[in-house]
Structures are given as C-alpha cells and as structure tokens.
Design a protein around this ligand. Structure first.
Ligand code: NOJ
Length: 558
C-alpha cells in the first residue's frame, strides 16, 4: 500500500504563516517553530507553497531561481532544517512545482529574450506580431491572460511577443523544447528531491502543451478584446507525453507523492493524469467545488448557486475514482480560494465545525489550508482595495477602472466589483494566520505585509488550543477519526440520500461491512430528522432530536 493515500496534509503559504524575525513577512524559521503544533494537530504532510527565489509578482509563483530560497523566507540551510524537522517528527514535506512558466527575472528568460539566435530563444514561446488593416501592431492571437489583458507581451528588443498566460513577468516555458524540459527536470525537481523532499504539488499541471498553431479562441465575452484560450492550452496534444517523461526521468526514482493542479476538465480527461497505470502523477485537485459561484475563466463574474449544486459538486469529486485505479483529493480551501465558511456556510464557528465533519468523511487524500483549522473567515467587506495585495485582484480592478474611465469609488461598477472581491478574491486566504490576541494576531512583531483580519482577537490559535469545544479541537478530532475509520471515510463509497433537498446534505459512506450516515444542515432553520439506528460518532452540537442550524452529525451504522 502506498503511503500517500491515508495522510492528512496541511498547506502552508509562507508569507502569511509565521514571521520569526519581525520583518512583517512569514518565513521558514517561523514554520519550524510551529512544527510541533502541526504534528499535534494530526498532520502527516506539509505542502509548502513556493519559497523559491522570486520577485514575488505572483507571490512566488514567478520563480527566478529554482535552486535558491527567497531571501526574506530564509536560506537553503533553513530548508534543510525544515526537511529534517518534518522527518524527525514523522512528517513529510512536499514543495510546489511551478514549471509552466518562470519569472522574467530567471536567467533562462534573460538569455532567451536577449536575441533571436540565443541558444535559449526556443525555451520560451515567441511569436511575431500581427498587423491590422491600419498597420497597427497586434498580439499574435486573441488569447486572454488569467490575470487580465492579452496573454502576449511585446518585447521591443527583438520585436516579438512572448506568451504569458499569467502575469507579464511570468513567461510560459516552451515544453516542446527537449533541452528546456531536461533543464526543468534537473533544476526544479532533482535538485530538491536530492535534498530530501517527499514530493510536489504540481502547479497548473494541465497547461504545458499548447496547440502549436496558436489559433484565435472563440468569442465567449463579446465585449472583451481578449478571450479565454483554455481549449488551446489545457490538456493539450502532448500533455500526457510530458507528464510521462517527467515521471520516468525523475519522479519514479523517488518514493514521492505528487498531486497535480488539474482543475478544469472532464472526468475522462482528468483520469488520464492519475490512473495508476498511466504513471504520471498520484492524485489531482479538481475544482468542481471551489469554482461554484464564479465563471471558471473569470473569477470576479459571480454566478448564483444552490446547496443542490454544492452537493452535486461534492458527489462528482467523491465518485471521480469509482471503478478506476486512480486516486484523488479532498479540499475546500487553498491559497487561490476564499475562506470556506464564508463562501459555503454560515460564517460562524458552528459551521466551521460542520465543514470539518464533511471533510472528515469524503473520499481521497485530505488537504486543509492554514487557518482553516481555527475557522478563519473572509476579510471584512468594509476593507477597501488598498488592503488587497493579490495581482489577480489588482489587475482586474485596475482594468475595470481604466476601461470605464472610473474616477469615483462609489461608481456602481466598482461597488459591484468590490462585492465580488469580498466574496471570492484570493486575498481572503492570504491574510496572516491568527496565532493570538496580541497586535497583528501574533503573526509578526513588525508591520505585516498584509493586514491581519480584524477578527483576530476572537478567532486565534491561543484562544482555541486548550478549549475542548473549539474549532481547532474539533479539527484534531476529525483528523484522528478519519484515520481510525480510513476504510470507510478515505476509501469508502459515497451515496447521496437527499439530492434535491435545499437545506440538508445527507449521504452514506459505505464499505462492505460498515456504513456511516452523514447529515448536515446547511441552513439557518431547524430541520426535523429521524436518527438512524446506530451509534453517533461525532456531532458539532449538543444533540437534540431536530437538527439545529449548521448542525452536522455522523452516525456509524452496522
Ligand atoms: C496556480 C497557482 O495556484 C496560482 O496561485 C498561481 O497564480 C498560478 N498557478 C500561476 O502559477
């Protein structure tokens, strides 16, 4: 049996976890001071988001040197200590593998952009301009960047455009070039495996292979100049060849855990990445749940959704591996998503525990995100754009202002944007972890790089750690119970009971000889309920017959 199916994983966003030197930015030293806390919580694997050297335009997803650590986070020696600190406690450490693009400050790109005949020219994706009928220079096609505007950036030095699906300073690597692929394997992967890490979360794992004719994308948003280009960039023609090569040349030589950010695709396409016989990666993150309520290719365009949609998204994630040799994950938060209790539940302690109960019982490897274990919430709606730090939010805001010549903060279009940002911006996940009730929530003794959520004196680790009724103590319980009942919760079959009910979410988890009934009240109303003949395993409220608002129960039925 492989080790990575039954583990509890915890994602750390280094800038905001814990600052150990008072410069206002989280660091590796800070993480090391909290390893005992994580071990005690019941964590087996830490996924550390990028801590490599980087100009930080996209918080480290813009890497300028895979083999160095961002100096404000620490040094290679600090990373060695972190690896050793995890291993000596019986925990593992996985890093982020960001190899769809580098930073434009990476030496490879500096060389590539220096001339048309530089040996690394072909390591990135360069194209000649197009010209319109008036002779104006235009990008090679109409593809839109995930971070607003054209996906192409003009570079004067050689009069060509380079592709950048994310920020201007994140040029896409050209995976068609074999030397480039080998350099990626050596620098981004082997370097770290040889230092002792235990695997990778694979960033944007579906994007490496682009359709090489680079055609215009169909018009989805008629008022927009640039259009989503997923059909030509996601799950492209050679994507599986590339993943198989990465596996055979590197990953297969280590006892590694790999989890791909695959996100948007059909079940059939997704299975190709994680079917065991394909030998590509161990498991993947699917976005069915976290994309609820937003347009997939355009985060700040909100959509209505109901509990029925939420339930069906959970069901499809749980059923994903049914009848296959594939494996999957359970998660509801990460650094790209708003806080789950604000988005999907009652924004209170009780519903934080109810979401924890849900997570306890779902099929796949569980990942929780820093702060989720204490019920951290979204940032207040009253905060202005000056408190938001994420490039995705700021680019979208500035683009809106520019395109509509907005000068007044109360302009309805801006208010609508800020309403959406208050619900779904990535910033909500990125505010500092709330450790205690002292200034800045005990995250730093200096000035934090991002404001700490105003509710830190209520919601923080110190308040909760010795309180048996806290969200934190509840998470400890669910992480332990998930292992005690691993055949049922981690591996069991999911069967929905009340598909169309708009208030409750009731389902079975089943193995051949054990069943659990999970019932969750996703409403502000009391719901009548007939308990099954069985033993109550856990609930987030003192039991009465009816289900109180945001109450959840799990019964074991023999
Ligand atoms: C996905 C990451 O999760 C996100 O944070 C980042 O902005 C993009 N990939 C670009 O690397």
């Amino acid at each position: 049996m492989v080790w990575w199916k039954d583990v509890n994983c915890y994602q750390i966003w280094p800038a905001s976890f814990k600052d150990s030197n008072g410069d206002g930015i989280g660091d590796i030293g800070g993480i090391i001071t909290k390893l005992d806390y994580l071990k005690d919580l019941g964590i087996d694997v830490i996924w550390l988001s990028p801590m490599f050297d980087s100009p930080q335009d996209d918080m480290g997803y813009d890497i300028s040197d895979y083999e160095k650590v961002y100096p404000k986070y620490g040094t290679l020696e600090d990373m060695d200590q972190l690896i050793e600190g995890c291993h000596s406690r019986g925990m593992k450490l996985i890093l982020d593998l960001v190899v769809n693009h580098t930073s434009s400050e990476h030496q490879w790109f500096k060389e590539s952009r220096s001339s048309l005949d530089n040996p690394k020219r072909d390591w990135y994706i360069w194209k000649k301009p197009k010209y319109d009928s008036q002779g104006n220079r235009q990008p090679p096609n109409n593809w839109k960047s995930y971070f607003t505007g054209s996906a192409w950036k003009y570079d004067e030095a050689t009069d060509e455009y380079y592709l950048r699906l994310y920020a201007e300073s994140q040029p896409d690597l050209n995976w068609e070039n074999e030397d480039c692929r080998n350099a990626i394997y050596d620098s981004a992967l082997k370097f770290w495996y040889e230092r002792g890490i235990d695997g990778f979360r694979i960033d944007t794992a579906r994007l490496y292979s682009k359709v090489q004719t680079f055609p215009d994308a169909p018009i989805k948003f008629p008022n927009d100049e640039f259009q989503p280009c997923d059909m030509y960039t996601s799950n492209g023609p050679r994507i599986h060849e590339f993943h198989k090569e990465m596996y055979s040349k590197v990953t297969s030589h280590y006892d590694a855990m790999t989890v791909g950010e695959v996100g948007n695709c059909s079940r059939e396409d997704a299975l190709k990445y994680v079917s065991a016989r394909e030998k590509e990666m161990n498991m993947l993150f699917l976005f069915d749940v976290v994309f609820l309520g937003t347009v997939r290719t355009s985060r700040f365009r909100l959509l209505d959704f109901t509990l029925v949609d939420f339930k069906s998204a959970i069901k499809s994630q749980c059923d994903f591996i049914k009848g296959t040799d594939a494996w999957s994950t359970v998660f509801i938060e990460n650094h790209d998503q708003a806080r789950c209790i604000s988005r999907f539940a009652g924004n209170n302690e009780k519903s934080a525990k109810m979401i924890a109960l849900l997570q306890m019982t779902l099929t796949g490897t569980l990942f929780i995100y820093q702060g989720q274990e204490i019920g951290m919430t979204n940032l207040p709606r009253s905060w202005g754009i000056e408190e938001y730090k994420d490039i995705e939010t700021l680019n979208a805001y500035n683009d809106l202002v520019k395109r509509n010549n907005i000068t007044d903060k109360n302009d309805p279009k801006l208010v609508e944007f800020m309403d959406a940002a208050a619900k779904v911006a990535r910033d909500h996940a990125r505010s500092p972890v709330q450790w205690n009730s002292t200034k800045h929530g005990g995250f730093t003794t200096g000035d934090p790089w991002m404001r700490v959520n105003d509710n830190y004196s209520d919601i923080n680790v110190e308040n909760q750690i010795d309180d048996p009724h806290s969200v934190l103590s509840f998470y400890k319980k669910i992480l332990a119970l998930r292992k005690t009942y691993k055949d049922l919760f981690i591996h069991g079959d999911f069967e929905m009971v009340d598909e169309d009910n708009e208030k409750t979410f009731t389902f079975w988890k089943k193995t051949n000889d054990l069943k659990a009934l999970v019932i969750l009240n996703f409403s502000n109303d009391v719901v009548q309920f007939e308990p099954p003949q069985g033993e109550l395993l856990l609930s987030n409220f003192e039991i009465d017959k009816a289900l109180s608002p945001w109450e959840g129960r799990v019964y074991i039925v023999k």
